[in-house]
Design a protein around this ligand. Structure first.
Ligand code: ZN
Length: 309
């Protein structure tokens, strides 16, 4: 129903604005005039020296820098280089070198990082003693002190999560926080003023509908614990206690969607690399999220396909 029609209907029913449902009241409340922060959310760059990936990534960064009003902060949602799970160290080193040279030359906006599953080297035999093993190598490359952290900018609290953990049988990863990180998240939210809006960044989606878009479904959908956060029920319960959690950004699926659940918006923001530098992934072109945050906890957002003219 269009807003004007809704107001007309409400008028006809003689419903005073004071008894409007909360959501409708919020929609009619005056919003702070200007955004306090403009974000570009890049995810799943999967940088490598082939498939014109470097040139396209440079175009993406230039596109972000050309935005008006200008972008204040870039959030990198992880899977920064192509695939640290499967490649040998010389390839990994070359990809990180490429990342640093492109960022140095083409990115003049501050960037905050989150680890993705492909930023972790744990799948090769005989690498456990290597300094590159596990999450250490990428943490060092991205100058991250810890795989999860929080910061405040322009009145918004950002919470960066580490989604990727080994499964119970230690052979592959699943999306979850684990006990220590969950307790930390609980504490962070508990000590924040209820008026501070929160934006959460993770690599693996906390919640997404993208996984239901599958071919050849007969009578059930199948996806794995690595596709979405397996602790989502615990998280949605926690967020209900903290209505200042407004926005959860993720990547990983390379498909763009937006799910609203209990007034929290969960955006899976496609991928800078599209289908790993081979065009679109289903209907989602290579792109990035552009998000304007307002002081009152609201936001405007869009997905920007940077290769389309
Ligand atoms: Zn990815």
């Amino acid at each position: 129903m269009k807003r004007r029609t809704l107001l007309k209907t409400l008028g006809a029913l003689s419903v005073a604005p004071a008894v409007l449902p909360a959501a409708a009241a919020a929609a009619t409340a005056p919003r702070s005039a200007k955004p306090v922060l403009r974000l570009a959310h890049i995810t799943d760059v999967h940088l490598k020296g082939e498939l014109n990936a470097p040139e396209k990534f440079v175009r993406c960064l230039e596109h972000i820098h050309q935005q008006s009003p200008k972008v204040d902060l870039v959030l990198n949602g992880g899977d920064t280089v192509f695939d640290m799970n499967k490649e040998q160290l010389p390839t990994i080193e070359a990809e990180w070198k490429l990342w640093h040279s492109i960022i140095e030359a083409h990115c003049h906006i501050p960037m905050k990082h989150c680890l993705g599953n492909h930023d972790i080297w744990w799948y090769e035999e005989g690498t456990k003693g290597d300094p590159a093993y596990g999450k250490q190598y990428s943490l060092k490359q991205l100058k991250m002190e810890a795989p999860w952290y929080t910061f405040n900018q322009a009145g918004w609290q950002f919470i960066v999560l580490d989604s990727v953990h080994l499964d119970i049988d230690n052979t592959w990863y699943i999306g979850k926080l684990g006990d220590a990180q969950y307790t930390w998240l609980e504490q962070q939210l508990a000590q924040l003023p209820a008026t501070t809006p929160v934006c959460i960044l993770s690599h693996i989606p906390l919640l997404t509908a993208t996984l239901m878009i599958e071919d050849n479904i007969v009578n059930r959908w199948e996806f794995t614990g690595g596709d979405m956060h397996t602790d989502i029920a615990k998280l949605t319960k926690l967020f209900v206690q903290h209505p200042n959690v407004k926005l959860c950004l993720s990547g990983h699926i390379h498909i763009r969607d937006k799910v609203v659940y209990n007034n929290v918006t969960y955006i899976c923001d496609g991928a800078v690399s599209g289908a790993w530098w081979n065009g679109n992934r289903r209907e989602t072109p290579p792109g990035y999220g552009l998000i304007d945050l307002y002081a009152d906890g609201t936001f405007d957002e869009q997905y920007v396909p940077y290769l389309e003219r």
